[in-house]
Design a protein around this ligand. Sequence first.
Ligand code: ZN
Length: 233
Amino acid sequence: MKSPPQGGTVKSQSPQLEITPELFQRQMEWLKRRGYQTVSLKQALGTPVELPARPLVLTFDDGTLDFWQHARPVLAACGFRATLFVVTGYVGGQSDWDRDLGEPARPLMSWGQLAELQRGGFEIGSHTHSHRPLTELSEDEARSELVQSRRLLKRELGAAPEFLAYPRGFYRPEHMRLARAAGYLGACAVILRWRDLLRCDAFALRRMPIKGNEPMSRFKLRLRLSRAVPLVA
Ligand SMILES: [Zn+2]
C-alpha cells in the first residue's frame, strides 16, 4: 500500500502493485455495501455450508508497516479481517530483499504488531524466511525456507502458520509437496496468466492480484472473474 505523497517518499519500480489508501478504502467500502464478508483461508477451504453468502479472503504479502498504518483502520471500519504473509527473516526490519530489482526497502511490521493483529482475528501466514523465489533455490534450500519460517512464526506468535504464500507467486510441483510435508494446509500462488484460472489445488490457491492503477470498473471485473472459479475442487 502506498502512503500519501510526502517528502522523501520511496519510489517503486512496480507502482501497479501499490494502491493509495483512498482507492483501497473505496474498494473495501464497495465490497461491504455488496454484502461481502471476509473469512480466513482455513474457513474458505472448509465446509461450504458454514460460509457466508458472499465470502471473501483478503490477503496481503510482505507485512509492510503501511498495512498497519493505512489498511488496518479501513478494514476495521468495514468489519473485515485479512490474511497476512510475512517474511520471518525480516520482521521488524526493512523489505530490502528486492533491492537488486530496483524495489525500494519499506519498513515492516514488528512481531508485537503481528501478535496484535493475530489477537484481533487476522490470520498470519508464512511468506518464507528470506523471500527468495523458491524456483531459484535447491530443494534443500526451499525446504529450509518453509520449515524455518514456520518454526519462527510458531515461536513468536504461539501457533504454527497454516498457510504459505510463494514469494512472487513462483513455484513448481515439488514446492507444493515440500509445503505439504512441512505441515502447511495450503499455499497461495498468484494468477499471473489466464490459464492460471484453471488450476485447482490447495497448494496452488489462486489469488487475484489487485492493481493500484486500475479504475473501480476493473476491480469489479476482477471480482466477478474470481467468483466464476472455485477455490479448490
Ligand atoms: Zn512478497
